[in-house]
Design a protein around this ligand. Structure first.
Ligand code: FAD
Length: 474
């Protein structure tokens, strides 16, 4: 018979639960069939993150061809895709896939399972995207956690799942090739690739493993010291690989366990591991608060009177606020599809507290642009910054965009990398260029209001208004 493995955001050939399990179940004369479904919605709203995803998919497809397991594409609605699959693969025994525990993916999986049940197609699903799945870490009374610190305490003590080994020899011998019958899907895949225009440097599983190795060998020990400075290469930058599944979080965890030098100061290592737990935590929160993409988790903050000025929102999106750190950060997002964590916090705080604009708008904008878009982490981050989430920053703590800039980009190196208009602005003014005299502006070749915008709001005034808005509703 044939076991189909349905790939989604788990585009790798190692430490892959569904694939590993399928190979273990396979008898000598059975085959394994790799499947990918291209949803019609993807052909319409194509953005930079789809560009990244599809080029990663291409790298994966090439790796699969080499490994002896070509990928078969289904298209149209899920129902149409499955109908095609089940009619073409006569000896289909089961479909295996790694389940999505949150959001759109969860809904799609439920739809898929219903269809498979109705048509009596056996299937097996697995927890694979996180080190610990949503239901694995709970309070003693069985309730889910709402706050990270106690969650993390328990997370640390729990035994970690082991690597899901993939038998590559078996894969080579028993990979099914029915690509002729899936030509239609393949054409759709090719059409998607034609829409891709970016020149990404290091895509897919092999590059992910190299980056991980380099991070553990050289940079993880300094993570604690450097991770808040966007001008430095201080974080791992593994998020796009985790998003596409080119890298498994279990692999990261176990590689760290095996490779770090335990004689060194491990503060950076511990902090880094806690970030992997944050990833699990936010997924757990989204799982138990399925409406948190649209609703504030803290009920009393539902229905706040947000500012709806579209022109202001446009300025934030385009990096035209007049606050250099915020504008450089938004330029990084718009150009690269990625933003440093410190800046995600600063720009989210700026939109919600300095512009008093709805966090949902920011969450949606990040969704459109981030190549590492992860709904759980993004919603978690936005509700944190807006002070409306489970583990939120208190509403009276409002980030000062100038202070953030002075602390985390002291020399303005990051700002200058993304805002050439400020290149000649002296260090003393780089965080508040509007304070330059006319003479100084001329010297720096940066006339405020012409070459670079005036600050669009007064931080002190807006801070007060933000606090009033939150108080009024409580
Ligand atoms: P590192 O610092 O090297 O961390 C390693 C890994 O740990 C990351 O790749 C990520 O998987 C995880 N991680 C780190 N910080 C967090 C965190 N705060 N929450 C959850 N997981 C974390 N992360 C996303 O992956 N996708 C998103 O869409 C996303 N949106 C965010 C929106 C806002 C407003 C904020 C404040 C944070 C958001 N984050 C998101 C979390 C964090 O900013 C990114 O994971 C991080 O910047 C990725 O870079 P890195 O891989 O170099 O991180």
């Amino acid at each position: 018979g044939t076991i189909a493995v349905w790939f989604r955001k788990d585009l790798r050939l190692n430490d892959q639960t569904a694939l590993s399990q399928a190979l273990q179940t396979l008898d000598k004369n059975d085959q394994i069939l790799a499947v990918f479904h291209i949803h019609p919605a993807l052909t319409e709203n194509f953005s930079i993150r789809h560009d990244y995803f599809f080029q990663t998919l291409r790298t994966f497809v090439e790796a699969c061809n080499k490994a002896g397991m070509p990928v078969h594409f289904i298209n149209g609605s899920l129902e149409e895709g499955f109908t095609h699959l089940t009619s073409e693969v006569e000896d289909l025994e089961a479909i295996y896939f790694n389940e999505d525990e949150v959001g759109y993916g969860k809904k799609r999986d439920e739809e898929a399972m219903k269809w498979l049940d109705d048509h009596e197609v056996p299937y097996r699903t697995f927890i694979d995207h996180h080190i610990h799945g949503a239901g694995e870490i709970k309070k003693a009374d069985g309730d889910p956690y709402l706050v990270f610190t106690p969650y993390f305490k328990k997370w640390k003590t729990r035994k970690k799942p082991s690597i899901q080994k993939v038998d590559h020899q078996k894969l080579k011998k028993q990979g099914a090739d029915l690509t002729e019958a899936f030509k239609d899907g393949y054409d759709t895949y090719q059409k998607m690739l034609k829409k891709c225009t970016h020149d990404w440097k290091a895509l897919g599983e092999t590059c992910a493993m190299e980056r991980l190795k380099q991070f553990i060998d050289e940079r993880i020990y300094d993570y604690e010291k450097k991770r808040d400075f966007p001008a430095l290469n201080g974080t791992s930058r593994l998020s796009p690989y985790l998003k596409t599944g080119a890298l498994s979080p279990r692999t990261i965890y176990h590689q760290i366990g095996e490779e770090v030098d335990h004689r060194k100061n491990l503060e950076g290592v511990d902090t880094f591991v806690s970030e992997l737990a944050w990833r699990d935590f936010y997924s757990m929160v989204y799982h138990y608060h399925p409406d948190c993409k649209d609703k504030e988790i803290i009920e009393k903050y539902r229905g706040l009177d947000w500012n709806t000025d579209e022109a202001m929102f446009e300025k934030w999106k385009d990096g035209q606020t007049g606050f250099p750190l915020i504008d450089a950060a938004m330029t990084q997002l718009n150009e690269r599809g990625w933003m440093h964590n410190r800046l995600r916090m600063a720009t989210a705080s700026f939109l919600t507290k300095d512009l008093l604009m709805d966090w949902r708008k920011g969450e949606r904008y990040f969704e459109e642009k981030l190549i590492d878009y992860d709904p759980a982490s993004n919603i978690g981050g936005w509700q944190w910054a807006a002070s409306t989430g489970t583990d939120a920053v208190p509403y009276f703590r409002v980030f000062n965009p100038v202070r953030q800039s002075e602390r985390f980009d002291p020399k303005g190196a990051f700002i200058k990398r993304y805002l050439p208009a400020l290149e000649k602005v002296p260090e003393a003014y780089i965080h508040e260029p509007w304070k330059m005299s006319d003479e100084e502006q001329r010297e720096a070749e940066c006339i405020i209001g012409e070459d670079y915008p005036k600050p669009m709001v007064d931080h002190k005034t807006m801070r007060k208004r933000a606090i009033e808005m939150f108080k009024g509703e409580s």
